[in-house]
Design a protein around this ligand. Structure first.
Ligand code: GDG
Length: 735
């Protein structure tokens, strides 16, 4: 189907469900927009007609005619483009792969994850189906924002068909540690699918870190400053904690009907008589509902004086009722509620009020307002908006929030009573603390949490994500413009010619010579020596070769070239015409004792790899190892060393088939200081290929020229594809 063309920039939001609900009542279709959720985040865009939605309408039409009618109405009245799914597809893609494989796995319930090939296939097919619909809807300049774990292959599909498109992806649930993620049989396909996006957002920094670590370990793409470069395309990974629509909450709180509901509820639940504990969640095993009940039971056991004075109101919203584990959970919860009420209930007092139903938000809000304590205890939760809604509803700054440390929200709401939900005694104690705590202190905490949720409301999340997505796009465009073309070359050549004193700073491996199987095999060929001699022989030129290699090798290979040498990333300098090496600053080697056995273990267990000991560095080379094994083990070692060396002055770098540890204080930038200060340089050219060269680019005066060999993020304003093209450039420069 072809749709009418839009002229303005539009955000196309793709998610499993559309923000509308459809019901059939007495053979008549009722279509309603459902407020709340992700759709609210786009309200301001919606008013200006700048947003469209693609998703499943949650309804299976009876025939083609009904399908067409629904589609027409949804597009006309709700800017919504439906993807119709069959009941088999819903069963396998939604209840199956999404909710029986991904949901438990990503929440660390590994043993509950079921991996079924036919469900995975349907998941792929449904993602294709979403893509088909999207490709009918999408127009040039649209921004596509894909949501959540149901559609992790979609970014990749969009990218394959339209390499230029602008695609963002946001995951609403946790991204697990790579140890957990790799359990998934189709892990690589999922990662590749996600990496089709330009920006991938998570609720917390932790999830973003887990994702990047999985990308490194499973696909071998490294990340720098929160970006991954894939086939010359930069993908940014970031954390965008989702806020709530504070305005909507406040408006509702001021609404007469809500105030009346609140007053009425206050009488019904007898707030003058009881302290109210409240929990609100979908009935899901990740939400820690049995854990909360067991802790409440213990609390009642340990605090008989509270009998008849406290009530726990539990609102459990029916969810995924077709999945077996949810049914079992419901039985478990109802059994526990029955047990507690049977054990402690007195005439006229029921400790747990359990409601298995959902409420319109206006009816839910009074519960938040009246609750003395909100108990939010997920075992694992991407963010948890209930915690934030409770805080938003507490206009008078009373109330206490008990919050699981395993909810994403805990990173923002640190003033809550943070608990480990698996520790029943600790959780039971938290109930006591919430009741007995100092009121002034509680108010202070609530006040500062309220300030935070006001500072980062839902529309901030939306605009922040969209702005970041646009900025990645700008960055990608800039990068395309950065390739050194004829005009760029001419600019460098003419600056070179008109300057009398020129400083040339050239990295060695990956810049002047390609990488070889073993480091000792990358010796300079005759034509390179001739080229360097030619350059250095020109009296206006000061040539510095600046490398991570040991000083002996550099000396042996480049002794005849009249140039200065910098070895081990700056630990050693030999300034032409002197022949003696000088150490930049006193360094200790104590650390090697600690790291040597770790490196040695990798040398022994990865055949073909070897250890190189430098004066002030240790390096493990795996170029000659079995490529797959080398890749896997190197990522593991890199990750491990990164953690191991945190808070030390040592740094681990993952170079080209090499893992190296060196001093942070020693870097190519520092090593250049004395050269840069030696005199005024009307012309400086610095060239390098990896991130150790970025330290050099950082210290260059603004008028200098910097050139990166290869792709990837760089401070250098220009890049060239290969060593060969750089050698050609140098030939032209020296001729
Ligand atoms: C996923 C992630 C992440 C609840 N009962 C009723 C009702 N609700 C509303 C709440 C709240 C929302 O549902 C629940 O959001 P949560 O964040 O608590 O949890 P999930 O549904 O699991 O959501 C989660 C979220 O996505 C957003 O990224 O925070 O971690 O798992 O807004 O108010 N709303 C109404 N009646 C109810 O009975 N109307």
């Amino acid at each position: 189907m072809k749709y009418e063309k839009m002229q303005k920039e539009r955000i196309v939001v793709v998610s499993n469900r559309l923000p509308v609900s459809i019901r059939r009542k007495h053979k008549i279709l009722k279509i309603q927009s459902s407020p709340g959720g992700v759709a609210t985040a786009f309200q301001s865009f919606q008013k200006e007609g700048k947003v469209a939605f693609v998703g499943w309408p949650g309804f299976i039409p009876e025939n083609q005619e009904e399908k067409r009618t629904i589609e027409e109405i949804l597009i006309r009245d709700h800017n919504s483009y439906p993807v119709f799914l069959s009941s088999k597809e819903i069963d396998k893609y939604y209840f199956g792969f999404s909710n029986r494989a991904i949901w438990p796995l990503f929440h660390y319930f590994t043993s509950m994850s079921e991996f079924d090939l036919s469900e995975w296939k349907t998941y792929q097919e449904v993602n294709e189906k979403f893509f088909q619909k999207l490709s009918e809807v999408i127009q040039p300049h649209d921004i596509i924002w894909i949501h959540d774990y149901h559609l992790m292959l979609l970014p990749g599909l969009v990218r394959q068909h339209d390499p230029e498109s602008t695609v963002g992806f946001f995951l609403h649930i946790p991204f697990p540690s790579s140890e957990i993620f790799r359990v998934l049989p189709w892990r690589k396909e999922v990662l590749k699918g996600l990496l089709g996006a330009d920006l991938i957002g998570f609720h917390t920094y932790e999830y973003a870190r887990h994702f990047m670590s999985s990308v490194l370990r499973l696909l071998g793409y490294e990340h720098e400053f929160g970006s991954v470069t894939i086939d010359q395309r930069t993908v940014r990974v970031g954390n965008f904690p989702m806020g709530i629509d504070v305005n909507r909450v406040e408006k509702l709180l001021a609404k007469k009907s809500v105030m009346m509901n609140t007053a009425e509820l206050s009488v019904n639940i007898q707030t003058s008589r009881y302290k109210i504990f409240l929990s609100v969640d979908r009935l899901d095993y990740t939400k820690g509902i049995p854990e909360r009940l067991k802790a409440f039971e213990l609390f009642l056991e340990q605090n008989p004086e509270q009998h008849g004075h406290v009530v726990m109101i539990m609102i459990c919203v029916p969810s995924r009722t077709m999945v077996k584990d949810y049914l079992l959970l419901r039985h478990e919860v109802e059994r526990l509620v029955g047990r507690i009420n049977g054990r402690f209930g007195l005439h006229g007092w029921i400790p747990v009020h359990y409601m298995y139903r959902s409420f319109p938000f206006e009816k839910l809000l009074p519960y938040y307002v009246l609750a003395d304590v909100a108990v939010v205890t997920p075992i694992r939760d991407g963010m948890n908006l209930v915690a934030k809604e409770y805080v938003a509803a507490k206009k008078d700054e009373t109330g206490v929030l008990i919050l699981s440390e395993a909810a994403g929200a805990a990173t923002e709401l640190g003033e809550a009573i943070l608990v480990n939900v698996n520790h029943t005694e600790e959780l039971a104690k938290a109930f006591e603390i919430a009741l007995e705590g100092d009121e002034a202190e509680q108010k202070k905490r609530m006040k500062s949490m309220r300030k935070r949720i006001h500072d980062y409301p839902l529309h901030y999340w939306t605009s922040n994500f969209i702005e970041s997505l646009k900025s990645v796009k700008r960055l990608q465009d800039e990068k395309k413009r950065k390739k050194l073309d004829m005009a760029g070359e001419d600019k460098i050549f003419s600056a070179f010619k008109s300057a009398k004193n020129r400083l040339l700073l050239l990295d060695y491996d990956g810049t002047l010579v390609p990488f070889a199987q073993r480091p000792e095999l990358a010796a300079p060929d005759d034509s390179l020596i001739a080229l360097l001699k030619g350059l250095a022989g020109n009296t206006g030129n000061t040539l510095v070769i600046i490398s991570g290699r040991d000083k002996e090798t550099l000396q042996e290979w480049l002794n005849d070239v009249p140039c200065s040498l910098i070895a081990e990333h700056g630990a050693w300098i030999r300034k032409y015409p002197r022949k003696k090496w000088k150490m930049e600053r006193p360094l200790s080697n104590e650390w090697k004792k600690e790291l040597y056995p770790i490196f040695k273990q990798y040398e022994v267990t990865v055949p073909g790899s070897f250890l190189e000991e430098k004066d002030y560095g240790l390096a493990w080379h795996y170029r000659k190892a079995n490529p797959e094994l080398g890749q896997i083990r190197s990522r593991e070692l890199f990750d491990y060393l990164n953690e191991f060396l945190a808070n030390t002055d040592l740094q681990v770098m993952h170079g080209n088939k090499i893992i190296e540890v060196r001093f942070m204080a020693v870097n190519k930038g520092r090593a250049l200081e004395s050269f840069l200060m030696q005199r005024e340089w009307p012309f400086i050219l610095a060239v390098g290929d990896d991130w150790t060269d970025e330290d050099m680019f950082k210290v260059l005066p603004p008028s200098s020229f910097a050139l990166k060999i290869g792709h990837g993020e760089s401070l250098a304003p220009y890049y060239l594809d290969s060593v060969k093209s750089f050698r050609d450039f140098l030939e032209k420069l020296s001729s």
